[in-house]
Design a protein around this ligand. Sequence first.
Ligand code: GDP
Ligand code: MG
Length: 751
Amino acid sequence: MSQAQQTGSAKVRGGGTVLGYAEGRPRIALAGNPNCGKTTAFNAWTGARQHVGNYPGVTVERKEGVAHARGQAVHLVDLPGTYSLTAYSMEEVVVRRELTENAPLAVIDMADASALERNLYLTVQLLEMGQPLVLALNMMDEARKAGYQIDTARLSRALASPVVETVARSGEGLDAALSAALEIGHSESARKGLRISYGSDLDPVLGSMERQITEAGIWKGAAPVRWFAVKLLEGDAEAWSQLQAADSRLEAVLRAEYNTVAAHIRSTTGTSPEAVISDYRYGFIRGMLKDGVITHVGNRDRLALSDKLDKVLVNPLLGPIIMLAVLYLVFQVTFVIGAYPQGWVEEFFGWLGEISTAVLPEGLVQSLVVDGLIAGLGGILSFVPLVLILFAFVAFLEDTGYMARMAYMVDRIFRAFGLHGNSMMAYITAGGIAGGCAIPGAMATRTLRSPKEKLATLLTLPYMPCGAKLPVFLLLAGVFFPGSEATVMMCMLLAGWVSALIIARLLRSTIIRGESTPFVMELPPYRLPTLRAIGIHCWERAWMYIRKAGTVLLAASILIWAAMTFPQLDEQAAAPYEAAIAAAEEKLEALPSDASEEMRAAAQSEVDQARQNLAEAELQNTVGGRLGMALEPLTSPAGFNWRTNVGLVSGIAAKEALVSTLGTAYSLGEVDPEDAGSLAETLASQPDWSRANALSLMLFVLLYSPCFVALVVIKNEAGGWRWLVFSLVFNTLLAYGVAVVAYHVGLSVWG
Ligand code: GDP
Ligand code: MG
């Protein structure tokens, strides 16, 4: 075990720095679950005196700053948010290292007072580690509002640590917490460590391990030996390799003991020592809380009502049926109501296009504005009303607490696929109820403790129908499955989920094999959200969509327009087409005035055809057109023509660009832009478009490579370029395979 772990309130390390101190100031670390208000408190304590960096070699943010308490400067460290101190996630590894190798004088453990049970899980582990600790019960304002009353004196006695009520937002209790931390940091007794009983199977083994490690004299860490023994029993890889390095003979002996007890536990309870330890910790916490620490005044009725509602809503039989019905209803309402404002936006952009065509002189500028900008942005913005309505529903489901029930219901299913209940939130954020985004979704995987479960979630969440894929589905469903839009959307949603789960299972039994982590789910009481809260949440998401439309997508629209305009056909190449048009026009004009309607129409259609041939030749000559053509032999088994290919390639830049690129591809190819109907009408009139093509394209869009920004985020979260390459290549191949099958099935069903 490394010398660096030698620590204490004022022991001297090799370099001469005093542990527990930094630059002569006492070091206080700030720990807690994600979203408990740590950063808010940290900012209140340190103001502008802070330094942000990264922990070496990992993407976990490191924040330090200087605060003042008792007339003294204090060095504060904001640790990454974690639920536990195992070595599963990068955040947990960082926190553990910070606490063992770089030991602070004391820890302020911030807990969300209205979710005390979950938050205390970390507290208990910090105490077992022998960290002098102050428990800051944060968000007390909300806890009080919800009717919780916490007996801090009793809790403080049970934990043998100071407990302070805080409201990080207003600064209430923050000074008191910091002073208490300074005080407890100087108390030696606080370092003895909390001892919890882990039951009749594990306690004897724990005792035996503790004794043998002490006798061997190899444990030089600051934490109590018992903590190290608990880590070994948890099967903690880091602890075992430390032991192996320090004394390989002892490691073999203890490994045998561990294997025996693990086998016993597996045969009697079907779980692992780790799960038993987790159960006993929760048992300890529940016992403590039941013992008068926490009471719920007021709002009792609400809790009773919640329980009654849950009897129905998470009923094993009714629950899933209700869930599907709710989702279906959400889609139905969205598309029925949303069709009106969507029409207005489309009309507006159509009008804008006409005006621009009339005002601007014919040429490149007109083409850029009308075909590039207005068609591109119009295509994207016409979906804003739908997105707004959908997001309002999602916000409502989230704020009422029903979303948490959905996560709860799928938890058991998720486990069967090697995932975790927490994966649900990441999936939903990525578009699991339709209309999310893979980028925040990928970020939401940070709540997953096991890197394996996190990776599996990360790699499969791009299959969800994100907000940018919706316009493609809406467009194609509207054209080829009129009247069944909601059904189509529902099917796409289910296809996304089924693919995510199957691929996750596949990954978890091949390249990312490994056990699942024990997990406890919370069901918050139902509450009726305020209109304001829904409005804000809905607006936040919609604004993200609009902002992206205004920046990334505007740039992409211009780029894609350029790729589909240049290089222009040179005069020589255009000459035969021009000549054909001229000849056809001449023929039309030369018709005798008494020519029949039929003859006139035939001549007119000849002119149209000649013009169309020119437009097509022009488009095929461009960079985009050439790329699309080059891909056509590959994509024709899936039913994609070269225009679709151009759209799909641009979709890797940003999925939103897909519809607008298709729009550009088809309107550039149009004979007369003024007569051009909407993209929907255009597609409906194309002879090479059928239901089979639409189905195949929708599935391909659902599954193929995540967009550029999402790929980068996935790379960062998964920690390696190979996962970026994997997402890009594997997903595209998968999508291709599914699309080919769907196309042929579609052809045989619909003819
Ligand atoms: P962290 O993830 O632990 O760093 O949490 P943050 O400091 O980012 O806080 C998460 C959210 O909780 C933010 O929206 C804060 O404004 C809010 N918040 C933090 N402390 C309090 C509090 O005491 N009361 C209330 N009502 N909200 C809080
Ligand atoms: Mg934070």
